[in-house]
Design a protein around this ligand. Structure first.
Ligand SMILES: [Cu+2]
Length: 132
C-alpha cells in the first residue's frame, strides 16, 4: 500500500515547484519591458536610430539617415555586386571605392550636424549622417 502514497507525495512536490516557477515569472515581469532589445540598435535620447554600420544594397543606403556619435568609426558594408562609395557632398568623409561584397570604414565628423552623402559612382544614391 505504499505506492499510492508515494504517488500523491510526488504530485504535491510537482505542484509546489510549478507554483514557485509561476511566482518567479511574475516577479521578473513587473520591471522589465515587454520587448527584448538585445538585437536591436541602440537608441539615442532623441529617438533616432544610432548605428555604427551603413549597409548598401539594391543601390540604396540603409539607414538613409544614420545617427552617429561624434568622431565614431562607421562601417559601410556593400552588399551589392557592384562597386559603391559613401562620399560626403561637403568633403567631410569618403570611403573611396567599396568593391561589391566588401566593407570599409570612415570616421564621422566631430562637429554635430547633418551631413549629406552620395555614391560617387551612382550619384542618385543619397543618404545622411547625423552627428549628435
Ligand atoms: Cu554606387
Amino acid at each position: 500500500m505504499r505506492e499510492p502514497v508515494r504517488g500523491v507525495r510526488s504530485g504535491a512536490v510537482v505542484t509546489v515547484m510549478a507554483a514557485a516557477l509561476l511566482l518567479a515569472a511574475c516577479g521578473g515581469g513587473s520591471s522589465g519591458s515587454s520587448a527584448p532589445t538585445t538585437s536591436s540598435p541602440s537608441r539615442s535620447a532623441a529617438g533616432a536610430t544610432t548605428t555604427q554600420t551603413v549597409t548598401i544594397s539594391n543601390f540604396m543606403f540603409e539607414p538613409m539617415a544614420a545617427s552617429v556619435a561624434p568622431g565614431s568609426t562607421v562601417t559601410v558594408a556593400n552588399k551589392d555586386s557592384v562597386t559603391h562609395t559613401l562620399t560626403a557632398t561637403g568633403g567631410q568623409f569618403d570611403t573611396g571605392d567599396i568593391p561589391g561584397g566588401q566593407t570599409k570604414t570612415f570616421t564621422a565628423p566631430m562637429k554635430a550636424g547633418t551631413y549629406h552623402y552620395i555614391c560617387n559612382i551612382h550619384q542618385y544614391m543619397m543618404g545622411t549622417i547625423v552627428v549628435r
